[in-house]
Design a protein around this ligand. Structure first.
Ligand code: B12
Length: 227
């Protein structure tokens, strides 16, 4: 790459960063105002102008939700405001998806499923927006997803592995005290399903989780999936 084209590339990236920060602020304002159509328009507009789903999730929506948490922790937002922001965001995410009857492979990508991913938050964990985002990103690159959502007890998870036979398990934990739960679940899965691919994410996830691939950034998720 020449010096000029490297400079142009850098300035393009800086512009994209600034645009994402601006959109995130607008998204935050919309959810704080309980403006579901406005929040949807910001997200859909970002995609229409060339942003990818992982970029939208990682750079626009996640920072806005993190800020909701900061505002709640400072007492500037009520629990109801926070619940509203979360519910509204789940709705926006769902509205951006292809209709549920469009199966993996028919409109998205190669036409062949890359395999089945099961996604779950560990027992006690109620935070699932990040896990849902991970499911969407994996679906968009051709995986069939089985999304179990929040608070999945370890016994139930192991049973589901047997009955649903995924090729990959993605686990999430947010609360710091549930980081050790993640370790225990990963160890149990390793014992019972030694060859199963294991993806780990969420604010409490740490690189020490046994045999799991830790992914913090959804933009690198497709490339990080264990093969
Ligand atoms: C919404 C919310 C809730 C909702 C969650 C509802 C839902 N359906 O998800 C509810 C009301 C249930 C809730 C409850 C609580 N919450 Co809360 N919550 C939040 C808030 C505001 C947003 C969470 C969110 O959606 N973030 C946006 C997502 C997109 O970000 P993310 O989770 O980090 O995910 C990203 C990555 O981690 C990654 N990722 C996540 N999972 C996975 C999985 C895989 C496989 C991969 C690849 C990637 C990945 O991808 C995402 C994009 O980068 C956060 C603030 C914050 N900082 O996140 C507080 C926050 C997490 N909560 C907090 C607290 C204290 C609580 C409660 C204890 C409150 C209470 N007293 O009851 C309870 C605990 C409940 C429990 N045991 O789980 C604190 C935690 C502080 C701490 N670290 O100790 C936070 C940080 C708020 C704050 N600033 O103080 N909460």
């Amino acid at each position: 790459m020449t010096e000029h084209s490297a400079e142009a590339e850098n300035s393009k990236e800086q512009q994209a960063d600034r645009s994402a920060v601006r959109l995130s602020r607008l998204y935050l304002d919309a959810v704080r105002a309980a403006d579901a159509p406005g929040a949807f328009r910001i997200a859909a507009g970002a995609l229409a102008s060339g942003m990818t789903i992982p970029e939208l999730y990682q750079r626009v929506i996640a920072p806005a939700m993190h800020e909701i948490g900061e505002l709640w922790a400072k007492g500037a937002l009520t629990v109801a405001d926070e619940h509203l922001a979360t519910a509204l965001t789940h709705r926006v995410l769902a509205a951006l998806r292809p209709p549920v009857w469009v199966g993996v492979g028919s409109e998205r990508g190669s036409g062949v499923s890359k395999g089945r991913v099961m996604l779950a938050a560990v027992e006690g964990e109620q935070h699932v927006l990040g896990l849902r985002m991970a499911a969407d990103v994996l679906e968009d690159v051709g995986f069939e997803t089985v999304y179990l959502g929040a608070d999945v007890p370890i016994g139930a998870l192991l049973q589901a592995l047997d009955s649903l036979s995924p090729d990959l398990l993605a686990l999430s934990a947010t609360m710091p005290e549930l980081g050790s739960e993640l370790d225990q679940v990963a160890a149990a899965v390793r014992r019972t399903h030694p060859r199963l691919g294991l993806l780990i994410g969420g604010q409490a996830a740490s690189p020490r989780v046994l045999g799991g691939t830790l992914v913090r950034d959804l933009e690198v998720l497709p490339a990080a999936v264990p093969g």
